[in-house]
Design a protein around this ligand. Structure first.
Ligand code: AMP
Length: 393
């Protein structure tokens, strides 16, 4: 267990907080403030405790150069609206001027440093740069779960020079997902979909060692279907991963894990929402057609299993859910997860988007905010941004 912001005294201290304000922007305006809102519990807690707060984040990929369109001032304005108090936007993230400005902050005041990635030293995890950042606070809090799989100066390096603890968002992520993987209430069911097996091999291997049942859907199911001898027509298949899929099936078998593939599928004559489509058994994709979604019998079977679970992890859509006609499988699985009374964890942009679109996000235990970080945590990897934090005694 890692120490959190609640395990240290922050009253009257200057707290350097790494947040993930890597938000979508258009024409100098924040178009989706979900990530900013996700940090509010930590920030509000620090302000209530009488800390002054120095915020740091990256935005986009400026590759070590100053890019006007990737400056953080619009984010500071949005945060200021959300907190209903001023947030000073600084011109840089290190240096004498920045040090003077943050030294002048009174308890309850906030400043946002300029985009960390304007300096190449950030991504290089440069020691000197991490030390310069450390001069800006008395305590370091990492609440940027979405960046925790990167060993950068602001996510890992800086933790060597200050007392380092997790923020409340980071803590929720590592506690909920960690608990599910280490000591799950059973039955523990994982539903894994998405386009490609190749992106999910590490995840599947790790989960096979932990779950009771693994439900497979999405484009990646096609490679498994080929591995068991089904014809899949023009479906998305990774031919070079068929033997890997076979190996995963064997591994599940020898671990007494049920690995279940779609029994029926929705196929289409072309990759288009208005293509001709029909439901067929998983062995009967006609020549020239392609699998676009799991079928209704599979949705029913998966839902019946999900409902009985006491722990559920879901990553990746069951079909081409962006096209309304092939969104049923993903929606059905989302509904079952929302109806499940166990601990339900949903991660990955597509599954979260599908759940939000169906208005079901509030019905799951935990919606994970990290894309790559969530995946790496589920793969059983140690995230550098988490490893750098202090352990609880
Ligand atoms: P991922 O990024 O690996 O989670 O994959 C998400 C993408 O997988 C989405 O854009 C879906 O449209 C796509 N996908 C899901 N099922 C299929 C399928 N049967 N054929 C092709 N693409 C699919």
């Amino acid at each position: 267990m890692k120490k959190s912001v609640k395990d240290v005294d922050v009253k009257g201290k200057r707290v350097l907080v790494r947040v993930d304000f890597n938000v979508p922007m258009e024409g100098g305006r924040v178009t989706d403030d979900t990530r900013i809102r996700a940090t509010l519990p930590t920030l509000q807690y620090l302000l209530d405790q009488g800390a002054s707060v120095v915020l740091m984040s990256h935005l986009g990929r400026p590759d070590g150069k100053v890019k006007d369109e990737l400056k953080l001032a619009p984010v500071a304005r949005r945060l200021s609206d959300l907190l209903a108090r001023p947030v000073e936007s600084l011109a840089d993230c290190v240096g004498t001027e920045v040090e003077q400005k943050v030294a002048a902050l009174a308890p309850g005041q906030l400043a946002l440093l300029e985009n960390l990635r304007f300096h190449p030293e950030e991504e290089a995890n440069d020691k000197g740069f991490a030390q310069q950042l450390a001069r800006l606070g008395d305590v370091y809090v990492n609440d940027a779960f979405g960046a925790a799989h990167r060993a950068h100066a602001s996510t890992a390096g800086v933790a060597s020079y200050l007392p380092a603890v997790s923020g409340l968002l980071m803590q929720a992520e590592i506690d909920v997902i960690g608990q599910a993987l280490e000591d799950p209430k059973r039955p523990f069911i994982a539903i894994i979909g998405g386009a490609k097996v190749s992106d999910k091999i590490g995840l599947l291997r790790n989960l096979i060692g932990k779950v009771d049942t693994l439900l497979i859907g999405g484009g990646m199911a096609n490679t498994f279907l080929v591995a068991i001898g089904c014809q899949v027509g023009e479906s998305l298949v990774e031919r070079d991963k068929v033997s890997e899929a076979r190996e995963l099936i064997r591994l599940a078998d020898s671990s007494a894990v049920q690995l279940i593939l779609p029994r029926d599928v929705v196929v289409a004559s072309a990759f288009a929402n208005d293509a001709e489509s029909k439901t067929v058994s998983c062995q009967q994709t006609p020549d020239g057609w392609r699998i676009m979604d799991i079928g209704p019998a599979t949705v029913k079977q998966y839902s019946d299993i999900i409902i009985t679970a006491r722990t559920v992890v879901w990553n990746g859509p069951m079909g081409v859910y962006e096209m309304e006609r092939f969104a049923e499988g993903t929606r059905g699985v989302g509904e079952a997860i929302a109806a499940c009374t166990g601990v339900t964890i949903v991660g990955g942009g597509d599954a979260v988007a599908a759940l939000e679109r169906a208005g079901l996000a509030a019905n799951v235990t935990h919606v994970s905010t990290g894309g790559g970080a969530t995946l790496e945590l589920l793969e059983g990897r140690v995230l550098p941004g988490v490893a750098a934090l202090q352990d609880k005694e």
